[in-house]
Design a binder for this molecule. Sequence first.
Ligand SMILES: [Cu+2]
Length: 326
Amino acid sequence: MEYVQTVLAQVAATRVADADKLFSELESHRAIASTMRGFQGMRVSRTAHPEGNLQVVVETRWSNNNNMVDYSSATENAQTIIEKHQDILVPGSIETHRLQSEGGEVAESAPHFYDRLALALFVPLGVLAFTLVAVYGLSRIYLALPTAGASIMAIVVAVIILGLSFYFVSNPKAPRWQWIGVAVIGVAALGIGGTVAGIVDENEDHHAEGGEPTAPPANETPTTPGATVIVMTDNAFEQTTLTIPGGAETVIEVQNEGAAIHNVHVAGPDGFGGDGVCRAGAPGCSAPPSIRAGQAGTITLNLPPGTYDYRCDFHIAEMTGVLTVQ
Ligand SMILES: [Cu+2]
């Protein structure tokens, strides 16, 4: 819906030559009006009457009635400009109408100043904010998930993004509510997921500090008396040689007393395997496969007698050792 202020006036036939100043004032007024809230466009038309008078029609269009009322009461508007030039007008020829448009000319309305500002400013800022939320939220979620879960979720997220991109590229006229809906759902999912992941992560930390059996506190004394312990600092193993019995399952406690992330990875018959980095649950890998500062884990081994290299996957040059299975 548009609201239109129409100001009509007739320039007297004898004064048409003096009307240039009026028209140039109206033209410069257009620039001022276009910065006003709700401005949709301004049109000045001139039509010669058969008797020689020049009919002037100035239409300004507004996106709502309040914008038009504000304009009508402004110190300068199309009406006051025309009134200033009474001397060249046919007396009593000024008429002002304020009407609600029934549409039909919306297509030709000039882009509103604020809409242009929005495109130039709010769209990039919005995209930047969305990217930050996406990067932060997704990283929190991925970090909280086990490796396999994170891979599956990354694939699902990628497929969803591709699907949505495909949909919006092939439907460029998709209604605005769909764009907004996708953005709102995306931000909400990332915000909720990131927060939940953060809380889960925090709780795990507290449990670890509280000394759960799966993550005993790092204090150099084994939780189970007599158990084998590997203590890790930045960046060294305190035990670079270890001996354990063969033919039975042995659980070694792993304590990270450094500030960096470390792990223990015992080579199998094929060396450190694959890309050489521990995955959750992989044989020869500590649980968890990345042990954060101050945390502890375990490594469960059941190996035939022999010697095996072990290392920290994060510091393969500095943190190495040899395990002997008797
Ligand atoms: Cu390390």
